[in-house]
Write a new protein. Sequence first.
Length: 90
Amino acid sequence: MRFASLLTSIALAGFIATGVAAAATTAATTTAPAAATTAAPAKKPAASAMTPQKTAISKQCSALADAKKLHGKARETFRADCKKNDGKAT
């Protein structure tokens, strides 16, 4: 019984090692074309795309939505309309 367990363990370890080796060689051989690697890097988006004024408007609209106790789709719609009107409720 111990011999069968040992043989099973060795076989399982072999299958795992073979899978890892196959994955490592597949990842190494699939590289991007040279033209794609020499292209200029893409621009990163700004860390904070919202200006302080837009942030204040968004917070104002959230506060108005909280006061009206809006949730879900109604809140999303209210906030979108509020932000279009520069923070004023419609």
